[in-house]
Design a protein around this ligand. Structure first.
Ligand code: ADP
Ligand code: LRH
Length: 480
């Protein structure tokens, strides 16, 4: 037939979904087969992912999806499961917001200074980089029994197929990959005493990754063979692949639990200035580099909603739109907001400490969060453009945050640039398109993007002026 059908398993930090994409020569349709919450669980040892619950959601989703030509899996980055010599999972994967990495980076830097680490890997400092997680884990009884490490999407692929691999885009978030060679940073791993044979062999987006096991076919009611195809298994790699840019000089912002804001480049930027600005060089499709900054994102709002007993988001955003703009802003790039809990109080404290009015009502706190995110978006786009020497004419916003019109408009205002918002399910679309390409349904990355631009509903936001107010707010934050 002229139309291929692909199941995309996309696990975000706040929800998982199985989407079905139908790809024809000039058509692209995405439908949701199943969505399920992703709820971290706090046990006495710390914060954990409920990975069996997620796998059950994947199986339910594949059953609901029905017959497809292939399956692809992407998820949030950096986290992993450890397997024993029999291939059995050793405990629940640790959540990247767990506190076990507090103070760990210093131990790594004592062996390899931060500047050398950056020059070798191009990865931003974040306490949760897999390298720091491994350094924290090494002293545990569990680690002593581990013979294999699989990143989250690779772990799920292993359970579906029985085959093990390490997909490259996600491997690049471990801080153990050299972005120039797009292979392991062997010398670095040796200096740090990290045994790279823990990892399964690297595979790249588009590579075959096995077929669904007979037990999986039985449980999902599918008839085989159903191939699994490696995609950009880092959700942000898949999302950026689905930015519907059509030849413009663009920046992108992937908005969900995080805001990931930056540029797509042909080569990494490994300068000391770039390190100081905490930009990361993650690997993307076809030799591209995702040069971006992590911004706390809608996590700030998710945590406030949780504290307020989950009021309706629609009404809250309408009220927030009426709160005066830019009364107080916080640094939405600050890792101080990484851990869960007490978010409205932490935001109020940050405003108080920087001598700004303290937001009190949920609408005021929400406005403070959205203004702060827009400001952080502006700063990331501006800094990335300067550090990479690449001008920007348009900002593409993709992901769950595209449903927040106020955030999109404020981002356009803050950047002083037009914003094109959509698609909302960018990661799932990028996942689908890489599978479709592996099965010769679409052409190169530019062709994928043209197809997206032609077929997906997009919303445009023009900047309303007043950039000097945003510049002033940025200066206020820098002083605070
Ligand atoms: P992740 O993949 O990181 O789990 P998503 O891309 O699914 O995140 O985005 C989730 C976010 O999208 C939510 O935290 C919320 O702020 C925003 N969102 C979802 N639905 C709506 C809506 N109807 N209106 C405004 N914002 C929404
Ligand atoms: C977004 C994301 C991001 C990582 C973070 C851990 O879901 O993959 O790119 O930095 O999770």
């Amino acid at each position: 037939t002229a139309v291929g059908s692909y199941a995309a398993v996309d696990l975000g930090a706040s929800s998982g979904r199985v989407m079905v994409g139908r790809v024809g020569p000039d058509s692209l349709e995405l439908t949701e087969a199943h969505r399920f919450p992703n709820r971290p669980v706090r046990v006495p040892e710390g914060l954990r992912w409920d990975v069996l619950g997620l796998y059950a959601g994947v199986l339910d989703g594949l059953k609901a999806a029905g017959a497809v030509d292939s399956v692809g899996i992407d998820s949030w980055a950096v986290d992993y499961g450890l397997l024993d010599a029999d291939g059995a999972l050793l405990g629940n994967p640790v959540h990247y917001r767990d506190s076990r990495t507090d103070g760990i980076a210093g131990k790594v830097w004592a062996t390899v200074p931060a500047a050398e680490l950056y020059a070798a890997t191009g990865l931003q400092y974040a306490p949760f980089n897999t390298l720091y997680q491994l350094t924290a884990a090494r002293v545990s009884a569990q680690f002593a029994r581990a013979g294999r490490l699989l990143m989250i999407p690779d772990l799920l692929a292993y359970w579906l197929t029985g085959e093990q691999g390490t997909e490259l885009t996600n491997a690049s978030t471990t801080q153990l990959v050299d972005p120039r060679t797009r292979d392991w940073a062997y010398g670095l791993a040796e200096r740090l005493g990290i045994d790279l044979t823990l990892f399964a062999p690297l595979r790249r987006p588009g590579d075959p990754a096995g077929v669904l096991r007979p037990e999986v076919l039985e449980e999902t009611g599918l008839s085989g063979p159903v191939p699994v195809t490696a995609v950009g298994s880092h959700d942000t790699a898949s999302a950026v692949a689905a930015v519907p840019a059509d030849g413009e000089r663009f920046a992108y912002i992937c908005t969900g639990t995080w805001s990931l804001a930056g540029l797509e480049l042909d080569a990494p930027v490994l300068t000391e200035e770039s390190r100081a600005a905490n930009f990361t060089n993650e690997l993307g499709l076809d030799g591209t580099v995702r040069y971006l900054r992590n911004i706390m994102g809608l996590w700030l709002l998710q945590e406030c909603l949780r504290a307020w007993g989950e009021p309706g988001l629609g009404a809250l955003l309408r009220e927030a739109a009426d709160v005066p703009a830019l009364r107080s802003v916080v640094d939405a790039g600050d890792a101080a907001f990484l851990a869960p809990g007490r978010m409205p109080e932490r935001i109020a404290d940050a405003c108080r400490e920087s001598g700004q009015p303290v937001p009190v009502s949920p609408a005021e706190v929400t406005r403070c969060i959205l203004d702060s995110l827009a400001l952080a978006h502006r700063k990331a786009v501006e800094d990335a453009s300067r550090l990479a020497g690449q001008p920007v004419d348009v900002v593409h916003v993709v992901g769950g945050g595209t449903r927040n019109a106020l955030l999109c408009q404020l981002t356009a205002d803050a950047c002083g640039l037009p914003v094109v918002a959509g698609p909302t399910e960018a990661a799932a679309l990028g996942n689908v398109l890489v599978q479709a390409r592996a099965h010769a349904r679409v052409g190169d990355l530019a062709g994928m993007r043209r197809l997206l631009a032609r077929t997906q509903p997009l919303t445009r936001y023009a900047p309303r002026g007043g950039t000097q107010r945003w510049r002033a707010a940025q200066a206020r934050l820098a002083r605070g």
